[in-house]
Design a protein around this ligand. Structure first.
Ligand code: PLP
Length: 466
């Protein structure tokens, strides 16, 4: 037992149940991230959740919430699926980590991934997070082509480690960490002309893209974009890396979003739901040819590794995740229910000017809000509050949905004016109807000015609390 000073105490796992919301808030503020706490509190998201199952989570008071956020795409299968815990039990006697050996379950998983991914993608590397998969993909592209350059898209999101951040097109995330990796250049998402100019001008190892930009506010590219990018990459000898960490595993109505246009990337990144929302696991998958060009020499066998990559428990869960994806036809369900959801939301957008656009594919849907009009409080504060409520209007709507209707949503990281709808793919029609009815009520009762006012009021309260 360590020596405790002042009012410190030593905790046991059992305390997780007993801990009051107040104690939890205090620990989180003291030991994790007080600023993030402020942000959660501002929008009423500072709660203690104690249970999760399928589409729902419960707080300590026993209130049930519908999870429409799905851990930003990591919860395609629903919360705490018993199948994943059974899978871990099934392999509990295997060594979980044994570096100087061939991973048994990891090898099975890699073989299955080779079967369900498009084209000749056949060779997998396993890491623990999306960013790590992206790091591995960027390194593979450089070593396999011998070229330095990487082209990425503005408004993209590929993770926050230094390499992944260097191809994440948002200044707010990049600027504080400059200088980032050299040789990275951004082009507008969806623009083929500029892409070709850049490909012509430079020694480019790879173009990295999301098939649909998730964090960028659910941006769907023009039809044919990926097909043309692939052709340009081929023409100029660059690899195409598709980051399907968020769009993969059924989310957009096909197992992988690139299947919509039958585009096969040279390197495919997966993460998030690959771990069933239970274990951290991510992967990049590539062809034999590209892998061999990069690592196909004896002395290169350990050039890129990861201690926990492909560990038995995570790999067992990932195998089960892929099995569930196929057995439960989750991609088809995402397509059917996503089309219905999108249609209902688009009807709503016709009715309420506060909704400027609804877009998406499958169960990856973004609701974009119009900017609030100038209101008297805005005049009073010289525009400061309007700016605040404009940036965070989506999160105030998310706050309303949570407090009044028990629905969890959030805004997208790169675009705070977009609410993202990304539920587990097991969502039922009746749950979609409940969300639609709740949103109707929010807009019917509130109106934009009132929402902005509410938002500004709670923002002020939040600021005063600092
Ligand atoms: C498309 C995409 N790539 C990469 C990442 C980074 O994944 P992780 O947070 O697991 O590092 C994310 C996370 O949101 C993502 O959406």
């Amino acid at each position: 037992m360590p020596k405790l000073t002042g009012n410190q105490r030593w905790y046991r796992l059992e305390d997780a149940v007993q801990l009051s919301l107040e104690q939890l808030s205090s620990l989180y503020r003291q030991h994790i991230n007080p600023q993030l706490y402020q942000m959660l509190r501002l929008i009423g998201f500072e709660r203690k959740y104690v249970r999760a199952e399928g589409m729902y989570v419960w707080d300590e008071a026993g209130r049930r919430y519908l999870d429409l956020l799905g851990a930003y795409g990591a919860m395609n299968f629903g919360h705490n699926r018993p199948e994943f815990f059974q899978a871990m039990q099934q392999v509990q006697n295997f060594p979980n980590l044994l570096q100087a050996s061939m991973g048994v379950v990891a090898s099975l998983l890699a073989a299955n991934l080779a079967q369900i991914t498009p084209g000749q993608l056949n060779r997998s590397f396993f890491g623990n997070s999306g960013a790590e998969a992206v790091e591995g993909a960027l390194k593979l592209a450089r070593i396999a082509t011998g070229k330095p350059g990487i082209i990425y898209a503005e408004n993209s999101f590929h993770g926050k480690t230094l390499g992944a951040l260097s191809v994440t097109g948002r200044t707010r995330y990049q600027a504080p960490f400059a200088p980032l990796l050299p040789g990275m250049e951004a082009v507008p998402y969806g623009d083929l002309e500029l892409l070709e100019i850049r490909l012509k001008a430079k020694e480019v190892a790879a173009v990295i893209l999301e098939p649909i930009q998730g964090e960028g506010g659910v941006q769907v590219p023009p039809p044919g974009y990926l097909t043309s990018v692939k052709a340009l990459c081929k023409q100029y000898g660059a690899l195409l890396i598709l980051d399907e960490i968020q769009t993969g595993l059924g989310r957009t109505g096909t197992n992988f979003a690139c299947e919509k246009e039958a585009v096969v990337p040279d390197i495919l990144c997966l993460g998030k739901s690959l771990g069933g929302g239970v274990m951290p696991i991510a992967a990049y998958i590539t062809t034999d040819e590209i892998w061999n060009a990069g690592y196909g020499k004896f002395e290169r066998a350990t050039l890129h590794t990861s201690t926990f990559g492909g560990n038995t428990l995570a790999a067992a869960v990932a195998m089960t995740a892929i099995q569930l994806l196929l057995d439960e036809r989750l991609a088809e369900r995402a397509k059917e229910n996503g089309t219905y959801f999108l249609q209902r939301l688009q009807e709503m957008a016709q009715k309420y000017p506060v909704l400027s656009e609804v877009r998406g594919r499958g169960l990856l849907i973004g609701i974009e809000f119009a900017s609030p009009e100038a209101t008297w409080f805005n005049a009073l504060t010289g525009g400061a509050l309007n700016k605040l409520s404009q940036e965070y209007l989506a999160s105030f709507v998310a706050g309303q949905l949570l407090t009044e209707y028990g629905i969890i949503t959030a805004y997208t990281l790169n675009n705070p004016n977009v609410i993202r709808i990304e539920p587990p793919l097991i969502i039922e029609r009746s749950e979609i109807d409940y969300v639609i009815a709740s949103l109707e009520q929010v807009f019917e009762n509130q109106g934009l000015a009132s929402l902005a006012w509410k938002g500004a009021r709670s923002a002020v309260k939040g600021l005063l609390r600092r």
